[in-house]
Design a protein around this ligand. Structure first.
Ligand SMILES: C[S@@+](CC[C@H](N)C(=O)[O-])C[C@H]1O[C@@H](n2cnc3c(N)ncnc32)[C@H](O)[C@@H]1O
Length: 233
């Protein structure tokens, strides 16, 4: 999976969804500010954009991600970040975030482990904010094909949803130093979780649901749900 995440990191700058990502990040920032969060762990921080926005709002953040490519970009942008598994990370934070599909990368067993490690990283009363894709988001928004282009670099993403699993085949075509194109292929798999099941697993990990709201990033109906959990004291 690590190689596929790095491949995604390489094509991400080609995907024209900057305004949607910014809108999503603003929703998270509003909630963090409302709760007067001072320290933040961003899990699956990607290239560090949320952390940069949080820094500007006076929040001290740290990012972790499984992709080395993403962490290199986050560090180059001036963000404190490390390529490490959440469950191997130390430190305690007033809030943790998992933004833009991160929870959907986990099957139920991995999600259960992940939520336990989130609770371990939070101070008592700390917050966990995360989004998950709705069924509409997977079936109607994510499914289909994208063709991406930036100068000589081309990429395609073909996504197919079936029985709770969204599979995205990524292909990147880049000219090498010899002028010939090289093709890089990978597959990202995402798992559908209902809000109810996520809340139940979180509660078992000591994270109680505070609120949840639907978010319509791409259409009129919510394609994501943003959930806020509070660690029991
Ligand atoms: C779609 S990107 C979103 C990046 C960033 N959160 C944002 O809002 O732009 C998903 C990120 O999650 C990372 N990721 C996937 N599974 C992860 C896991 N189990 N732990 C940490 N990072 C993970 C990927 O490498 C990728 O950077």
């Amino acid at each position: 999976m690590g190689e596929a995440l790095d491949l995604y990191a390489r094509i991400e700058p080609l995907i024209p969804y900057q305004s949607e990502i910014e809108a999503l990040h603003q929703r998270y920032l509003q909630k963090l500010k409302k709760h007067h969060t001072a320290t933040l762990l961003d899990i699956g921080c990607g290239s560090g954009e949320l952390l940069l926005r949080a820094q500007m709002a006076g929040i001290e953040g740290f990012g972790i991600d499984l992709s080395g490519e993403m962490i290199a970009r986050a560090q180059a942008a001036g963000v404190a970040a490390a390529q490490i598994d959440l469950c191997d990370h130390d430190g305690h934070y007033e809030a943790a975030t998992a933004v833009f599909d991160v929870l959907n990368y986990l099957d139920e067993a991995a999600l259960t482990r992940f939520l336990g490690c989130v609770a371990d990283r939070l101070t008592p009363g700390g917050l966990f904010l995360a989004d998950i894709n709705t069924l509409y988001g997977f079936k109607e928004i994510a499914q289909g094909a994208l063709i991406l282009e930036n100068g000589p670099v081309h990429a395609t993403i073909e996504s197919h949803y079936e029985k709770g699993v969204l599979t995205s085949a990524i292909r990147l075509f880049e000219p090498d130093t010899d002028g010939l194109y090289r093709r890089h292929c990978g597959e990202i798999v995402q798992f559908y979780h209902t809000d109810e099941r996520l809340s139940q697993l979180a509660r078992q990990a000591g994270l109680n649901l505070l609120d949840q709201e639907g978010i319509a990033l791409y259409g009129k109906r919510p394609d994501k749900t943003l959930l806020t959990f509070k660690r029991s004291d």
